[in-house]
Design a protein around this ligand. Structure first.
Ligand code: URA
Length: 433
């Protein structure tokens, strides 16, 4: 087999066999296929797409490229969750303790934030003392002991994705549905869960801005996942505005804690109920996702989810005092409160631009080794559909200095679009597959 021929075949719109795809992936991972040839192949895939068979073969070849986590020693059906990434998406922090409290073992590997979206690991690390680097033994023992453990992805899990994603990021080939589907599903397969719930975001702040593309991505991932003998389900959720009110690591942890106390924003709470319902349903605890939702709601209102979050924090070396006093989380020295320049209904919130503004304050990273500032971010006071009076607080900017805050104020203000007429709140969850 010659790499040149495989690039040529894809460029001409041909279909690669599973053996050809496995040859490309193993050659790339072991350094025999250079970046320039793999880049050319990714670009050919970007323009020509992949058949379902090709995408499934790519997923399996990638999942086979490194270590696979064996969760069989943990009794019960293990259910994982994945979000395609959004602004203010702190769902995992709320959802996973709720699901663990329902008796579903949660052995979760999460990622770090990149670009305008955040990552669960960065958020957890804003809890003083919280360790996200566990070895495999500690990880599995903790799941057996308290039903939940959360750690960063190991370097040996799906090395093909690490290498390929870095290449795609530099060659404008990230936004390809088959490449994204293979990237996500391969990591879920290698992470060992029996079932997976996918939260596929669409809209301005999402990777897939277009609803149709997000639906196609969701369908592809569910179909590939189900074909491997695991059970995959997906929902499509709106990311035209941030989820909840907080963007930035400490601020999001505080919002997650409030949500576990039943005092969180309604959109975040609703999303956690829906995803949690699906997870306990897939774990075989109830007959329908709707019944699962009821179970998760009871756990939330009883405080059992908050108690599980406390156990998780304690087990991973964090200070559980943050649950009683979120002021113990890192706090920004400067908080600028920005007033509404006019009265009216909020018609639109520029979600991606808000995520980028938070990133500029230090809440996110442009490059993987940039240092995150846990204390900075934005706290929104009014979302789409809300009426605000001129002079009321629209948004708080939590910054390291007045200078940092000043730099983002005009852009943040520009993210709020007003209407003279009442505006409907957007639908959060559009579809369930
Ligand atoms: N998230 C992933 O894990 N992979 C992609 O390719 C895009 C988003």
């Amino acid at each position: 087999m010659r790499v040149y021929d495989l690039i040529w075949k894809k460029r001409e719109g041909g279909e690669l066999t599973a053996a050809e795809i496995a040859f490309l992936i193993s050659g790339f991972v072991n350094g025999e296929i250079p970046d320039y040839q793999m880049s050319a192949w990714c670009m050919a895939v970007f323009f020509r797409g992949m058949t379902f068979e090709e995408c499934a073969a790519l997923t399996l070849a990638m999942a086979d490229s490194g270590e696979k986590i064996d969760l069989t020693e943990i009794p019960g059906i293990k259910v994982d969750k994945h979000s395609t990434g959004g602004v203010g998406d702190k769902t995992s922090l709320v959802l996973l303790p709720l699901v663990a409290a329902a008796g579903v073992p949660v052995a979760k590997m999460s990622g770090r934030g990149l670009g305008h979206t955040g990552g669960t690991i960065d958020k957890l690390e804003s809890i003083p003392g919280f360790r996200t680097e566990l070895d495999r033994d500690q990880f599995l023992k903790q799941v057996s002991r308290i039903g939940i453990a959360l750690m960063g992805q190991t370097k040996t899990l799906v090395p093909a994705d690490k290498k390929l994603y870095a290449l795609r990021d530099l060659t404008a080939t990230v936004e390809s549905i088959p490449l994204i589907a293979a990237s996500i599903v391969s990591k879920k397969l290698a992470a060992g869960a029996d079932a997976v719930v996918l939260d596929v975001k669409y809209g301005d702040g999402a990777l897939m801005r277009d609803y149709g593309d997000a639906l196609k991505l969701a369908r592809t991932m569910v179909e590939i996942g189900n074909r491997t003998g695991r059970r995959f389900k997906a929902i499509l959720s709106n990311m035209d505005q941030p989820l909840g009110m907080a963007i930035g690591n400490s601020l999001e942890v505080a919002e997650a804690i409030a949500t576990l106390k039943g005092e969180g924003p309604s959109d975040l709470t609703e999303l956690c109920m829906t995803l949690g319902g699906l997870m306990v349903f897939l774990a075989g605890i109830c007959e329908t996702p709707e019944a699962g939702k009821g179970i998760i709601w009871k756990i939330l209102t009883s405080g059992a989810g908050l108690a599980k979050f406390k156990e998780l924090i304690e087990a991973q070396g964090g200070n559980p005092g943050v649950l009683e006093d979120p002021g113990m989380l890192p706090t920004a020295p400067v908080v600028e409160r920005i007033a509404a320049p006019r009265s009216g209904w909020i018609e639109r919130l520029e979600c991606r631009a808000l995520g980028l503004a938070a990133m500029e304050l230090g809440a996110g990273r442009t490059l993987l080794d940039d240092v995150i500032r846990p204390e900075v971010g934005l706290k929104i006071h009014a979302k789409v559909g809300a009426y605000v009076e001129k002079g009321a607080i629209l948004v708080e900017i939590h910054a390291r200095s007045a200078d940092d805050a000043g730099k983002v104020i005009p852009r943040v203000l520009n993210c709020f679009r007003f209407s003279e007429e009442p505006v409907k709140e957007p639908i959060l969850i559009n579809e369930s597959l």
